[in-house]
Write a protein that binds this ligand. Structure first.
Ligand code: CDP
Ligand code: MG
Length: 733
């Protein structure tokens, strides 16, 4: 079989993970032999059941054992737990014996740093303890999570434990989805949402406790939150701050928070055997599939957790595993496949927590979310390809890309640890021991040091924080990146020459979107097309999951998609056409099926659109429609995205205008075959090439008209147009 999927990898990074040359040196360090032996050898022995399943096999070497931290498993104890109710189960968590001590520490200190193994009960229990101890009488308890799925799933679990309806006493708040009410006392939320709450309530008056959870992830929002909560804690002496995580450089955090005490929750973890591949794997997707099947066929019962980089990979693996296990003989038990990623519908997310039926084995296909934010019981085997998707930003060019990169050693060890929660486990790393020791960084670089800061700068400016250079960052961003962000906001007219927020900037800050998107929306007032623009913004915010292409109907799907691009209007307008056509059918699900459109994504777009409509009202922009003037819509888009202008080259590639870089139109774009001379794109993705995804055609003089600070006439001077006969040349300009 072949894996027909597009993988977003940084070729250099993959290269780096494959240093064949230096492999030999590591042979000495290999302890023991591969534990998984089958394939051709077993075939000879006549284990017919297996031999048609595996065309391939992977040789692993066991190199080390990660120490367990606590006692051996006590099966009788565990069986007891399962039979008792949730309240009893709460008492079996490692954190439970420390309940009173922890509450005492919170009473005695304003800030504490909490470190405890994943699964010890930090996220689900601490907010409940605080509630039980009466903290919620003074205000809500907030608990932040870097990921949406974690916030939702943990809130659901805690509501269940407290026996209340989700959204009542226990709720969650994530971007574009607020599941809380007046009753809410315990609120799980993404770190980004708490950051936004500062805008409306700079002293967080409605909260009595803020728990910044998963602090080790060091997301951009978490890092900014550190500075803000530290600042307000000086005058809000009644506000309690908890900074918690599974793997923290606790000293560093303690130092940052003025020597706050560190509270350690001793974990329960069993030894984990670490296996590495003998040789580097050329394709980690293939390798992951083979490894899962190898484990399933050769290893004792216990569920498998596979770490992948995103939805596309998870779907690919899901499909292939389903296909390949269909042919398994009756001697082999059932393999239940459970995907988990951010866009998965909530009903399906619950499936990963359901106990595995007797005789079957579960394989959870997860993104990084399962590394520390979600605990899935019953995992005994971890398959770790060693990659994750991370955002990287080049402040010099201002380009941001989502790349597949090798993980850090800290991540690799967290991943391995997931297999040793309920008993001894095994972790299969799909890279070599040499790679682990020589190529992986110790820790992931904090997001603040590798991202576009325009959004954060805009938020801080609207909070009245002007002196960004002296903001109390735990690890300051590169000054070049700060400067870039200021420049970008200035070009977008969100800041004036003094670096102060303009009226446009203040309006932009109301939208929970990237500044370019916010600017596009604010600009729609001028072009009288706010109705269309919020549809475009909502569709772009849903991401890349509007259209689907079933393998057996690709031609039909592509044709359906091209219908929305009639007249080569461009991808943004095509998205608008999709939205409007769906609306015309009264939001029909059947219509979505017929047009190869994901109804779930469309519903999400509709929700987002509704909220953007509410925000338009708040910033006093009238809803006006201008559907027949495509240029007006495109000018609005350009007002936000003029940084993303590119010009066609003779060889069919494009060159970005400022900080020239060679880019291409993504093959999925409606304009891929059209090659307009000038384009504006929504985002860049690096696969085999640097691709522009979501592209519209542009008239170059718009750039000078819309962004005179940024583009001068010479930037859009186009000698090829001048050579044309007069009339034509004019129309092209
Ligand atoms: O935050 P920490 O990693 O310390 O642990 P937790 O997320 O509070 O998890 C404590 C326990 O609750 C684990 O045994 C999980 O399996 C369980 N849990 C669950 O069953 N369902 C969830 N949605 C979340 C946690
Ligand atoms: Mg947690």
């Amino acid at each position: 079989f072949s894996v027909a999927t597009q993988r977003y990898r940084d070729p250099e990074a993959v290269e780096k993970m494959n240093p064949f040359a230096e492999q030999e040196a590591w042979e000495d360090h290999q302890i023991g032999k591969a534990t998984l032996k089958f394939g051709s050898k077993d075939r000879k022995k006549g284990s017919e059941d297996y031999d048609y399943v595996f065309e391939d096999q992977i040789d692993f070497v066991k190199v080390s054992v990660m120490d367990g931290i606590d006692e051996e498993p006590n099966e009788a104890e565990e069986a007891k737990t399962i039979s008792k109710g949730l309240q009893e189960e709460r008492k079996t968590l490692p954190i439970y014996p420390y309940r009173d001590e922890l509450l005492e520490a919170v009473n005695d200190n304003q800030v504490i740093i909490i470190v405890g193994e994943t699964g010890s009960g930090k996220t689900t229990q601490i907010p409940q303890y605080l509630h039980e101890a009466g903290f919620t009488k003074q205000g809500m308890v907030a608990c932040t999570q870097p990921r949406r799925v974690a916030a939702m799933s943990v809130a659901a679990r805690v509501a269940q434990e407290m026996g209340v309806k989700l959204g009542h006493e226990v709720g969650y708040s994530i971007r574009f989805e607020d599941c809380t009410s007046e009753k809410t006392l315990v609120k799980y939320m993404t770190d980004g949402m708490l950051l936004r709450e500062f805008l409306g309530e700079p002293d967080l008056a409605s909260y009595s406790v803020v728990m910044v959870d998963e602090a080790h992830e060091r997301t951009l929002s978490t890092d900014i939150l550190f500075g803000l909560v530290k600042d307000i804690s000086r005058f809000r002496t009644d506000l309690k701050l908890l900074i918690s995580s599974a793997t923290l450089d606790a000293e560093k955090f303690s130092d940052y928070f003025d020597k706050a005490p560190i509270f350690k929750i001793p974990g329960r973890r069993f030894p984990v055997e670490i296996h590495y591949t003998k040789a580097p794997e050329a394709d980690y997707i293939d390798a992951a599939i083979v490894t899962v099947l190898q484990i399933h066929v050769t290893q004792p019962p216990g569920d498998i957790l596979v770490f992948l980089t995103g939805q596309e990979e998870i779907e690919t693996l899901d499909e292939i595993l389903k296909h390949r296990t269909r042919g398994l003989g009756t001697k082999i038990s059932e393999l239940i496949i459970c995907p988990i990623y951010a866009n998965l519908p909530t009903e399906l997310q619950a499936k990963i927590f359901e106990p595995t039926p007797e005789g079957a084995r579960k394989v959870v296909l997860a993104t990084n979310i399962a590394e520390t934010s979600l605990t899935i019981d019953g995992i005994k085997y971890v398959v770790d390809p060693g990659f994750c998707k991370i955002k990287s930003y080049n402040p010099r060019t201002g380009m941001e890309s989502l790349l597949i990169n090798p993980i850090s050693k800290a991540s690799a060890n967290q991943r391995a640890g997931r297999s040793g929660r309920t008993g001894p486990g095994k972790c299969f790393r799909l890279y070599t021991a040499y790679n682990y020791f020589h190529d992986l960084e110790d820790n992931t670089v904090p997001e603040i040091q590798r991202t576009n800061l325009a959004n954060v700068v805009l938020t801080l400016k609207s909070l009245g924080i002007h002196d960004l250079v002296n903001f109390d960052f735990m690890d300051p961003p590169p000054s070049e990146a700060l400067l870039r962000a200021l420049e970008q906001l200035f070009a977008l007219n969100a800041l004036n020459v003094k670096g102060e927020l303009t009226k446009t900037g203040r309006r932009m800050a109301e939208f929970p979107l990237d500044p370019m998107l916010s600017k596009m929306i604010v600009a729609s007032e001028k072009y009288k097309c706010s109705d269309e623009i919020i549809s475009v913004a909502a569709m772009l915010s849903v991401g890349n999951s509007i259209f689907y292409r079933p393998k057996d109907k690709q031609v039909h799907a592509d044709n359906a998609r091209m219908n929305f691009n009639t007249g080569n209007v461009g991808d943004h307008i095509a998205l608008l056409n999709v939205y409007n056509s769906w609306k015309d059918t009264d939001f029909s699900t059947q219509w979505c099926y017929e047009n190869y459109i994901q109804v779930r994504s469309m519903k999400r777009a509709r929700d987002i659109r509704d909220q953007l409509e509410g925000l338009l009202e708040r910033v006093e922009i009238e809803i006006s429609t201008n559907l027949n003037d495509l240029d007006a819509i495109k000018k609005s888009i350009t007002s936000g995205f003029f940084h993303h202008a590119a010009k066609l080259q003779k060889n069919g590639s494009y060159r970005t205008l400022k900080n020239p870089q060679t880019v291409y139109i993504h093959p999925s774009s409606g304009l891929a075959q059209v090659h307009p001379r000038w384009v504006v794109y929504h985002e860049l993705v690096l696969t085999t090439k640097e691709y522009m995804r979501q592209v519209i055609e542009l008239k170059p003089d718009w750039l000078v008209e819309i962004a005179p600070h940024y583009y001068q006439l010479r930037d859009v001077d186009d000698p090829t147009t001048k050579k044309m006969p007069r009339g034509q040349g004019k129309s092209a300009l």
